[in-house]
Write a protein that binds this ligand. Structure first.
Ligand SMILES: *Cc1c(COP(=O)(O)O)cnc(C)c1O
Length: 398
């Protein structure tokens, strides 16, 4: 098993500790090579013939199956398509169709805003008096009752890394007759997710975080096989049609997961994601999870040992079983502290109002660099090197 870390598989600049792979994974060499090859040999030489000869049309399902292996989804139940935001719209609309007599979409205040915004937009568009009900994360299970059509949650809280009990909540939802939608943006490629075992109805997630597909890489979307042929795609594009090249004037959805496709896939980023997923071929996600817990626990231990408790306090669950693959600390001057860290080569990020956040990706992070990142943080706090005007100015992306 000495596969992890496989740091040499990535183009990581020298001298930095990259703890932001939960926002944008780094560039795998194979992705760089594959993009070049797709551009030069396929687009450049085959032109439109690439759709058949280079297998471009089959990439969404091929990539979907590769992701499926990492999240416990059987072949033919996942497709790579669109963005996570768009996929929220698609699966939530499908979920509401399955429960036509119910009006509540239940989510929590820890969910990522785009999921909530997309739900609100869909509700307005449907105009059928659905309601988005938000509760505190710990109150989700007790808020599930027979009025709830869909429970829509993100497994790992993007701010604190707190984990939901995916199988427990799914079971509670099913017992009340609700369907479940899980956003796996911070789970895929970091945690052992088993969609099949949990019997979740729908799932979505990003291709550019722990899956390293590159900026804006296609997202993914899972539908439980029992629903696949019963949902009417709300975004009924031609590539989700049963027979797009018949050019019928009427829409007929494709069988299976193909119906969740909409339009022409972005082949350059699809190819990049496909290549990046190849890195996982010999990797067992359970080993990744074990290593991720080691990394995040080592970081917490080192930070707490070296940094004054008045300046920084753990915002993530201390119990590793309750935590995803990231650690956040509350820090009063979090924004400038993170900017100073980045300048000194430790890349994490900042989430308002006061969280500094660090993601751990066992494919390339090592325990030594995690401990060194904690030492740098302690030094910055001790010397107040963060307190400079240039570190206080906010950039658009934090
Ligand atoms: C990162 C993230 C997204 C991002 O959605 P995009 O449409 O790719 O911008 C959505 N949901 C969650 C939970 C995320 O963490």
């Amino acid at each position: 098993m000495p596969l992890l870390p496989m740091r040499s598989a990535f183009d990581l600049p020298a001298g930095i500790v990259y703890l932001d792979g939960n926002s944008l994974g780094p560039l795998p060499h194979v992705a760089r090579e594959r993009i070049a090859q797709t551009v030069t040999d396929e687009w450049g030489q085959m032109l439109i013939g690439g759709w058949n000869a280079a297998g471009w049309m089959d990439l969404p399902e091929k990539v979907g199956n590769q992701i499926g292996r990492l999240i416990g989804a059987p072949p033919g139940t996942v497709t790579a398509a669109d963005s996570t935001s768009i996929n929220v719209h698609k699966v939530l609309a499908a979920a509401l169709q399955l429960r036509p007599d119910r009006r509540i979409i239940l989510s929590d205040t820890g969910n990522f805003p785009t999921d909530l915004y997309m739900a609100k937009g869909l509700i307005d568009q449907l105009g059928r008096q659905h309601q988005l009900k938000l509760v505190e994360p710990e109150d989700v299970s007790s808020a599930i009752d027979e009025t709830v059509a869909a429970v829509m949650l993100t497994e790992v809280d993007y701010r604190t890394g707190r984990l939901h009990d995916m199988s427990g909540v799914t079971k509670t939802a099913h017992d009340a007759g609700a369907v479940t939608i899980w956003d796996l943006a911070h789970s895929a490629g970091a945690l052992s997710v088993d969609l099949h075992a949990t019997q979740a109805d729908f799932a979505i997630g990003c291709g550019y975080k722990y899956l390293n597909g590159g900026p804006g890489a296609p997202a993914f979307l899972y539908v439980h096989p029992k629903h696949l042929d019963h949902i009417e795609p709300v975004l009924s594009g031609w590539l989700g049609h049963a027979s797009p090249f018949d050019f019928d004037t009427g829409y007929r959805p494709a069988d299976g997961i193909g119906r969740m496709r909409v339009g022409t896939p972005p082949i350059l980023s699809m190819a990049s994601l496909d290549a990046a997923l190849g890195l996982w071929d010999d990797i067992d996600v359970a080993d990744v999870r074990t290593q991720s817990i080691k990394l995040s626990s080592a970081f917490i231990e080192e930070v707490e040992r070296r940094c004054p408790a008045e300046e920084i306090s753990l915002a993530s669950p201390r119990d590793a079983d309750q935590r995803g693959s990231q650690v956040s600390f509350r820090c009063e001057n979090g924004y400038p502290v993170m900017q100073a860290l980045i300048v000194e080569g430790v890349i994490g990020d900042f989430r308002a109002p006061n969280l500094i956040r660090f993601g751990f990706a066992p494919l390339y992070n090592t325990e030594e660099e995690v401990r060194s990142a904690a030492r740098t943080l302690a030094e910055i706090l001790r010397t107040r090197r963060w307190d400079k005007p240039q570190f206080h100015a906010r950039a658009a992306v934090t």
